[in-house]
Design a protein around this ligand. Structure first.
Ligand code: NDP
Length: 253
């Protein structure tokens, strides 16, 4: 895997307990960025922070539930205390809970909307002042969202998940028109099938088996493949904004 120059950058990564968030934190740290690791499972964050530090990087684990705006505000204050203003935000926290719409799983709908969309908004709200201040001071500032190919392609039984991801894609497109003129880059990454823990929360045996079948059928992306794209784009010169990227396994239709 290539390494990218991210010295003097301070990154906040949500969803850093596993999957794409954890891989992104490792790669950004390998490029020299200080990384704040946000998710709910502190043991995972601590383990990753220890690994990054053993490899010569700087990491701060911060346990937070992104659905709780007060907790997100406290997390932002903690990051600012330890690192100062962050200039790179990666929103990777997310949940995917498919079920037929007729199953009436309002509990899952709320979890997905609260985490994938409203949680992303809470995080943006908490960290955007620092990104804007960084940009105003003439330095590079990045806001990265992790949406999904499901923002564009229909998968039966994934309607609410897809709706949250379509919302994130549209949010990023709209935010770019507001924040680009302020020199805050907005990048929306839309991965396809990626080997992570995401499918582990599916409670429908048939849909869980269907997802397992997809992983058997084609070589999926790794979390590091997605992290590589995020590290690449955030390390471009300040005037270059790769605004949207669909990253698919070669064999995914
Ligand atoms: P993982 O399940 O491995 O990672 C999700 C992360 O989100 C975990 O670190 C989890 O940590 C964190 N998280 C979940 N809920 C919350 C919460 N309420 N507050 C804070 N953190 C939370 O899956 P991925 O790495 O695959 O997922 C990353 C993103 O990529 C998601 O937004 C997903 O929708 C998207 N995506 C994934 C694809 C795939 O095929 N895997 C394809 C396209 C997009 P913890 O439980 O400790 O809080």
């Amino acid at each position: 895997m290539d390494s990218y120059d991210l010295h003097d950058r301070t990154a906040v990564i949500t969803g850093a307990a596993s999957g794409m968030g954890a891989a992104t934190a490792e790669l950004l740290a390998a490029g020299g960025a200080r990384v704040a690791l946000l998710a709910r499972r502190l043991d995972r964050l601590q383990h990753l922070a220890d690994k990054i530090q053993a490899d010569g990087g700087t990491a701060l684990p911060v346990a937070v539930d992104v659905t709780d705006p007060a907790a997100v505000a406290s997390a932002a204050a903690r990051v600012a205390d330890v690192f100062g203003d962050p200039d790179l935000l990666v929103n990777a926290a997310g949940v995917m809970l498919p079920n037929p719409i007729t199953d009436d799983r309002a509990d899952e709908w709320s979890r997905m909307i609260d985490t994938n969309l409203t949680g992303t908004l809470h995080v943006i709200r908490a960290f955007l002042p620092a990104l804007r201040a960084t940009a105003a001071a003439g330095r590079t500032a990045d806001l990265v969202t992790v949406s999904s190919i499901s923002a564009h392609v229909v998968f039966p039984n994934y309607a609410v998940y897809a709706a949250t991801k379509a919302a994130v894609t549209h949010l990023a497109t709209s935010l770019r028109s507001e924040l680009g003129p302020q020199s805050v880059r907005v990048t929306n990454v839309e991965p396809g099938l990626t080997a992570t823990e995401l499918g582990g929360h599916i409670d429908n045996a048939e849909l869980s088996a269907q997802l397992d079948g997809m992983f058997r059928m084609l070589p999926a992306l790794s979390a590091t493949d997605v992290a590589d794209l995020i590290a690449y784009t955030t390390s471009r010169p300040r005037h270059v904004n790769l605004r949207q990227a669909i990253l698919l396994p070669t064999q995914q239709a």
